[in-house]
Design a protein around this ligand. Structure first.
Ligand code: NAP
Length: 277
């Protein structure tokens, strides 16, 4: 598995597994845990979840997937902004740990900017880290100005990542946020790398896919994986999708492919506000 290095020097998989919408229906939970286990078997050992997903149900699916193999997995979860007070963050983290049946979360994110003072959330992250309940912390859906503000707070520069919407069709972050993070050796986690399954249907994408004997989704994912310092976390509940996503890591895009995709999905020429799903 190709890896990306966190600011502290730890290497994590460049391709992980998303879990949004998992755990929503009891009847699907076993198949969803199977899909996660299949991905982990294939080396996609970074699992992204959140207390928000299915109101904790996705974290319970993660528990089923990682039981007996916790040490093989890098677990990411998130605190909701309206829980992110000094005590609320600690309580939310402890509830996530209980639902996932684990002792520690590897990377704990503030899901999006909220109204509690950041100093409170950062103090809670620090306490959780010192107590061994989380190993790293980071943020999600923070635009460049919000990252700059975060770094102005005491300890803010210990942030390990910013998880943001990033795919072929949503390239706004390339203008300023990605370079800002790269300058600080901070990887970005690309969520919805397949635009939630809607990225296909473009002629250029179809042509590149044809050249590689792959699907359009695989090329879209390969494009995200081709970016330096980016971790992609596609969600797939179907086993064939999990295997196709793993195979996308082996697609080597050529200069011709990149140019064709740039023409069809142009990079930003000016600042765009961060998009959120
Ligand atoms: P996504 O990964 O872009 O797309 C998921 C959809 O694509 C599912 O319907 C899935 O179908 C389908 N799919 C997966 N692999 C495929 C393939 N090879 N071919 C065809 N279809 C495929 O969207 P996402 O779930 O929004 O984003 C990924 C993860 O990022 C989430 O699950 C979550 O962990 C995280 N996320 C974070 C935030 C945030 O605010 N921080 C926001 C959104 C998402 P099946 O499931 O049926 O296989």
């Amino acid at each position: 598995m190709r890896t990306v290095t966190l600011p502290g020097g730890e290497a994590v998989p460049a391709l992980g597994l998303g879990t949004w919408h998992m755990g929503e229906r009891g009847a699907d939970r076993a198949a969803e845990a199977d899909a996660l286990r299949c991905g982990i078997d294939l080396g996609m050992t970074l699992v992204d979840t959140a207390e928000m997903y299915a109101s904790g149900g996705a974290e319970e699916v993660v528990a089923d997937a990682v039981r007996g193999r916790r040490d093989q997995v890098f677990l990411v979860s998130k605190v909701l902004p309206f829980n992110a007070s000094r005590n609320g963050t600690v309580e939310a983290c402890e509830a996530s740990l209980a639902r996932m049946e684990v002792e520690v979360i590897d990377l704990y994110l503030l899901h999006w900017p909220g109204s509690y003072p950041l100093d409170e959330t950062l103090a809670a992250f620090d306490e959780l880290r010192r107590d061994g309940k989380i190993r790293h912390w980071g943020v999600s859906n923070f635009d460049t100005a919000e990252m700059q503000d975060l770094f102005g707070h005491a300890g803010g520069d210990f942030c390990a990542t910013d998880q943001v919407l990033y795919n072929l069709d949503r390239r706004g972050v390339e203008f300023d946020l990605l370079p800002w993070c790269r300058a600080r050796s901070m990887p970005v986690m690309a969520y919805s790398p397949l635009e939630q399954g809607r990225i296909a249907g473009n002629d250029a994408l179809a042509e590149v896919a044809r050249r590689h004997g792959s699907t359009e989704m695989q090329v879209a994912l390969a494009w995200v994986l081709d970016r330096e310092g980016v971790i992609a976390i596609p969600k797939a509940a179907r086993l064939d999708h999990v295997r196709q996503n793993r195979a996308a890591l082996d697609i080597r895009l050529t200069a011709e492919d990149r140019a064709a995709l740039d023409a069809a999905f142009p990079p930003p020429s000016a600042k765009q506000p961060l998009e959120i799903l």
